[in-house]
Design a protein around this ligand. Sequence first.
Ligand code: SAH
Ligand code: SF4
Ligand code: F3S
Length: 424
Amino acid sequence: MRFYIKTFGCQMNERDSEKVEAILFENNWQQVENPEDADLIIVNSCAVREKAENKLYSELGRLKFINPKAKIVAMGCVAQINYEKLKHIADIVIGTNTIDRFYDIARDKSKNGVFILDKMTDPDHIFPHTSRISAFVDIMYGCNNFCSYCIVPYTRGREISRNKDAIIEEIKQLIDKGTKEVMLLGQNVNSFENSKNYRFVDLLYDINKLDGLKRIRFTTSHPKDFSKELALAIRDLDKLCEHLHLPFQSGSDRILKLMKRGYTKEQYLSKALMYREIVKEGSITTDIIVGFPSETQQDFLQTVEVLKTVEFETSFSFKYSKRPLTRAANMDNQVDEEEKLKRLNYLQKLQADITQKKLKAYEGKTIEVLVEGQSKKHNGFSGRCRQNIVVNLEFRDNITEGKIANVVITKALKHSLVGKVQGQ
Ligand code: SAH
Ligand code: SF4
Ligand code: F3S
């Protein structure tokens, strides 16, 4: 049997799709690149912005048209909340808490229909992996923050931390199969907690002890819970990479309050600058929303100021998108699309200049790169440095996947670096 899978959305969704692939592979299914060749077509959806949600509907329409015989599964965040609509379009609808249904689908035992649960039956279950060098590992599911613009708490349910023993066991299994780097995933990893005496930093210390593992990364940190203790762990733990993704969303205190983010601009800046101070070689990236309801030019200028002060290595900025179920959708003074686009373009141009300056500063330096494999865009191997920047390697001799190499940076491109393995 053959399957085709298309994934939209964030790393949680990428990991969920990987679980599906691994389950199907274990049952001797074959993955195909062309949906026309598939018996089963799966679309893993994202609901975070309206545009992302619409992609699911157009993709389902397109796939049904090109392969009307295949069975269709709609899964992921849109499926979790819009299953009523999707049950008329897809044969099987699987939400974010029912990925384990794929064990039956893989054995061709599943009935068509809608499979949605509010909570996962067993969050500690270890799903199989297909990844090798760098692997995603869920450490928690869901989110309790209910930022006023965000649909994720509705699509992913309430926050639940996995048990540390399950996480460590999963990582040990990965190491045995050749994994060198783990990316720990959660919507708000800083609030991971097994007990009052076992929190995120304790987990990091335990993972750092695992032999054979070379690197640890994590995402996402919520600024309200980002602590000095975590910054010190990033400095002190040899495997923990010096990269922090710390979304600030807006620099205006008034907007931050309306967003229900739980921090002010000053509090954000002091945490970001504390990290810069403690983790000397560290990089920092962020997410920003422009055009949140009632955002004025003055508010926007505060966002610009944060961008200029912290000088993020990269930022991901988005036009505010009205989402059902969220509080902000009913707020007055929605900003018009043209204005949002103007602000977005301004920020992205500013960020491009900052990124270029940051990348240029690597030229001539020698940095540590984990070789992940053949680059899709560039002819040769590529990997990432500890700061999470992609490094394309100039020569191929003596380079193997999974090796940590010392690389001399020869050139900064727009979003990545080019370098030469030392000693070649
Ligand atoms: N848990 C993460 C974010 C997950 S969603 C955190 O709190 O940092 C990823 C990003 O999408 C958010 O950081 C935000 O910048 C953006 N986003 C979420 N809802 C949005 C909306 N309604 N419109 C535009 N961007 C949104
Ligand atoms: Fe959404 Fe806020 Fe939760 Fe992030 S912390 S997933 S932005 S509600
Ligand atoms: Fe991720 Fe999109 Fe869901 S950002 S959590 S896939 S809504």
